[in-house]
Design a protein. Sequence first.
Length: 668
Amino acid sequence: MTVQNDTTKEPENTFLPLSPAEAAALGWDEVDFVLVCGDAYVDHPSFGAAVIGRVLQAAGYRVGLLPQPDVSSPDSFKVFGEPRLAVLISGGVVDSMVAHYTVAKRRRTFDEYSPGGRPGKRPDRAIDVYTGLAKRAFPQKLVVIGGVEASLRRFAHYDYWDDAVRPSILETSGADLVSYGMGEHSIRAIAAGLAAGKPIEALRGTPGTAHLCEFADLPPAYAECAGLARVRADKRAYAKACAIQMDNQDPLTAKPLVQRQTRLYLVQSPPAPPLDGAALDAVFALPFARQWHPAYDAAGGVPALEEVKFSLIHNRGCFGGCNFCAITLHQGRRVTARSAASLVAEAEALTRLPDFKGYIHDVGGPTANFRVPSCKKQLNKGMCAGGKHCLAPSPCANLKASHVEYLAILRRLRGLSGVKRVFIRSGIRYDYLLCDEREEFFRELVAHHVSGQLKVAPEHCAPAVLKAMGKPSIATYERFAARFAQLSQQAGKEQYLVPYLISSHPGSTLADAVALAVWLRKNRIRPQQVQDFYPTPGTVSTCMYYTGLDPFSLQPVHVARTADEKAMQRALLQPHLAANRALARKALAKAGRGDLIESLVGASGGRKGEADSTEQRGNKAGGVKGHKAKAGTAATVRQNGNGKTAGRGGSGGKWREKQQSSGKKRKR
Ligand code: SF4
């Protein structure tokens, strides 16, 4: 089925209804679906609930939205009455536990997906809580769960907050189906089946879904991974199960995949194919209001919109294969992209928004500079399995790198009337960029598309850590940084690289952290923020963290588990800060590198002649003046299901400043 809508039409600028009164205004006396979401309703294509709601609306269904419902009673789920077809539930753009807790398991004080940024609007383990209430409100109704939280917890999985292996979210929530991945294909298939009067049994097996069943109801042929009891008891079995799960995520090659839970069997049907260019264009041309619902105006709106309001998503999927990223299990590794015409039409619509100031903030996606599949082979044989990466440790011989199309689109966008600048703020893969023999894109990136800082993600420098992360060697980054500096100078620009770094990723020993501190010092990089590795559900790195094994080779991987070791690794990224000096000295002494204390920390106090400043005084490797660096919350934002992230640090800080400067003080 394709979405039926006219891509040249202006958005109608109306919202999906949040109340029976709004539904009645549309002439509805009931709804086909109630769509419950852990986030506030922002009608924008970067927000998954809005996309699914609009896709269903375009297919002719009536959808009532219940964003952040009151969870004290099932009555709040009955606002629209019993839906004709089903209840759909999403935890929100980010897993609710990641949204609520820092890696140190401290409660966050800001929620960019809630009105006014106020925390506490969704429960912990939102999918489980919402599904329980939906089942109490409508015991006979089908409940389909989707979005990042449901998708990444579909198998038995290590849960960092419980520090234990939890069963599939289908078991803990009691939902009937998971629609995993991006969901447009599977939700339309489910809706069509329900509208045709099919029972739930007939919907099982829909591509892109998973369900629980009795042994007798398993499909005739399937692959199997170790069940819940085994993966709880045996870390090697957990690691092997993880590898099997990762290897069954390509729509061309995946088999139905079975994993026994407490009693029933989880069946993951093969993934739905990714939306092709035309289908993506149709989704992005749906009549999004591109604004939060007016119900949130009084609270000052929903902060997450700020980061994406003037940005374009041009692609989906990522073959980068970073092991700490959940994209393999959610969007998948196949890259598809929107057409130039679709992007230009959306950019023109942005220029007509009253608050557009002439700047397109991003033309990106999971990785900004991926637009074409990494090789031809995958088109009929699928993506490689067994943990093979397209880019790391070195680029695959079959990889074909091209920025021709992307560059042509950027040129068109920056030539549009009303557009002053077009920036790229999603991360770029510099190793892929260097594979492109034509340097045209690199030159124009530097000359036109960097807003003072360009985010890049070397993440670490130590070979063992980079291998565990699935990243290229640091020499590749250094080559890129050097050329970036030369091209910036040629373009007459003073601009900076912002290298993201993760501390305590599996594979990182104290000696590796010392090596990173030395590398940062040598390159005169001072990270502004530091992010510890966050073991979020559904990643290969989280499997390494839990098991201490590489799931593909089953070789042991060092894991920094104690708070003490994590704190030392983290302090070594910012040894210049007064708060970190004692810990950094302790770490260097423990690593047997007392000889480095003077140069990295200073004998007493800071490094000679240097203050606790975040200012960077020049990148020796790159020769770039005023280089700034910060480490990011990689795992957190890469949980975002739509690929367009709110940035590693999120928009909280900026939003807070704006609110404070406009006198709107919020309770903290
Ligand atoms: S052949 Fe190479 S480029 Fe193609 S999917 Fe496999 S690793 Fe990636």
